[in-house]
Design a protein around this ligand. Structure first.
Ligand SMILES: *Cc1c(COP(=O)(O)O)cnc(C)c1O
Length: 437
């Protein structure tokens, strides 16, 4: 299978190049040249298949030309090593809980698939994944790549500007995960990483890559849990709608990929906070990136969503078709908090702020035709990840899951560095391994 750039469909590369490069040279996003349609018999069998069993078949449909069945099995087993339960919240409304992985957020799925695939595609040379993080990406990537052979991860983060819990999630692992705290801000870390990618001397000595969120190896596997959610729905007599709390819109685009592969989804809801450039676009306005605004659902504080052109590409760049299928909506922090309180009072279910935004979008959409729909909203993070907001909004005390608590008890292992590219470069050169051929 080849992958084309959304900026130029004639520019095509193979799987390995798309994954190692991440972004096309023309800054476009890679897309599979073909989207396979799964046979009806697959959908009939779905309720009897485990998450992994359906994963093998879906991944095979997408990657069979490039990976053998052993590789596909290893890839899926590593990715789907925790469950994604579908929890009934009220009549016809379900939460798909995507937060049962090591860092308690749905990004664990993409990060685990990405690490495993990179390790398979890398041949003789060790791959170095460079990550600049302000918190969340570092923890998902570190835990996804931990212990993966042939890949070393180097994480740069601004010293003192990351929450203790986040910091512990990527500084305590050791092994193939290294963390560097930089005396600077996030943008300084980002700059050092970008400069390293462009440095000819470094590239001569080592294979550098980025594992960022637009990489197809992080994007594509997110389609898997849409199939799983559908398979676990007890009743399938109504039209199905998914509501996705969105920032960069990768998760939503993966849901649409599942639909393109044959999953019967009537509509998607693109739910956001006040960073609403996509809902505005879906209402008929131009796509116009804006500076991001801070909210309590801060993983969605994105003013220039990087997967927007992927959404369009999935509809053959036909805005009318996109607007027909995907309904946009946005909510303020006040509405989000109120919805967290109401759902907790009426059903006992505790939502994190991102899930609450999706819940609101789902309910508003379903109200347009009562009784017609079964709705699923994606719970993208464990409420404990946003502990302060959740505890303050609901006047409760949350218990942190054991695996999160365990991080807090470990000691951090980091290198400290000045905000100085030459120091970073010397560090990287000192860590190079001889090329064995
Ligand atoms: C990253 C993130 C999102 C947004 O996902 P996109 O794929 O960027 O739209 C939503 N919720 C949580 C908790 C996240 O970490």
């Amino acid at each position: 299978m080849n992958y084309y750039s959304t900026n130029n469909p004639a520019h095509q590369v193979d799987l390995k190049e798309a994954v190692i490069k991440g972004l096309a040279p023309d800054q476009g996003l890679y897309m599979p040249e073909r989207i396979p349609l799964l046979p009806e018999t697959f959908f009939d069998r779905l309720p009897e298949l485990s998450f992994r069993e359906m994963g093998y078949e879906i991944v095979e449909a997408l990657f069979a030309e490039d990976l053998n069945s052993e590789q596909i099995k290893a890839l899926v087993d590593h990715t789907l090593s925790f469950d994604a339960p579908l929890v009934k919240v009220e009549e016809n409304v379900y939460a798909l809980e995507l937060f049962h992985g090591p860092t308690l957020a749905f990004k664990d799925f993409g990060a685990r698939f990405c690490s495993s695939l990179m390790s398979m595609l890398q041949e003789k040379r060790e791959l170095k994944v460079l990550v600049a993080t302000s918190g969340d990406t570092g923890s998902a990537v570190a835990n996804g790549f931990f212990g993966v052979e042939g890949v070393e991860v180097i994480i740069l983060y601004p010293s003192g500007k990351v929450s203790e819990l986040q910091e512990k999630q990527f500084t305590t692992l050791g092994g193939n995960i290294r963390a560097i705290e930089v005396a600077g801000v996030f943008d300084d870390c980002q700059k050092m990483v970008k400069q390293a990618f462009l440095d000819p001397e470094l590239n001569q000595h080592m294979l550098l890559t980025s594992a960022n969120s637009i990489n197809i190896a992080r994007w594509i596997p997110q389609c898997l849990y849409y199939f799983y959610a559908y398979s676990r729905l007890p009743e399938k007599d109504k039209k199905l709608v998914f509501s996705v709390p969105s920032g960069n819109f990768g998760n939503l685009a993966a849901g649409i990929l599942a639909e393109r592969m044959g999953l019967p989804v009537a509509n998607f809801v693109a739910a956001t906070n006040i960073n609403k450039v996509v809902p505005d676009y879906l209402q008929g306005e131009e796509f116009l990136a804006k500076p991001s605004l801070q909210t309590i659902s801060n993983s969605m504080d994105v003013g220039n969503p990087s997967n927007f052109y992927r959404l369009l590409a999935l509809f053959g760049n036909d805005a009318a078709r996109l607007r027909e299928k995907v309904k946009g909506c946005f909510y303020t922090d006040e509405m989000t908090r109120q919805s967290m309180q109401e759902v907790r009072a009426q059903t006992g279910y505790t939502m994190d702020p991102h899930g609450a935004v999706a819940y609101l979008g789902l309910k508003d959409f379903m109200a347009t035709d009562p009784y017609a729909y079964t709705g699923i909203f994606l719970e993208t993070a464990h409420p404990g990840k946003f502990r302060n907001v959740v505890e303050e909004t609901l006047s409760i005390e949350l218990e942190l899951p054991d695996r999160l608590q365990a991080f807090l008890e470990k000691d951090k292992k980091v290198e400290s560095m000045e905000n100085d590219y030459q120091a970073f470069k010397q560090y990287l050169l000192s860590r190079r391994k001889p090329v064995n051929n």
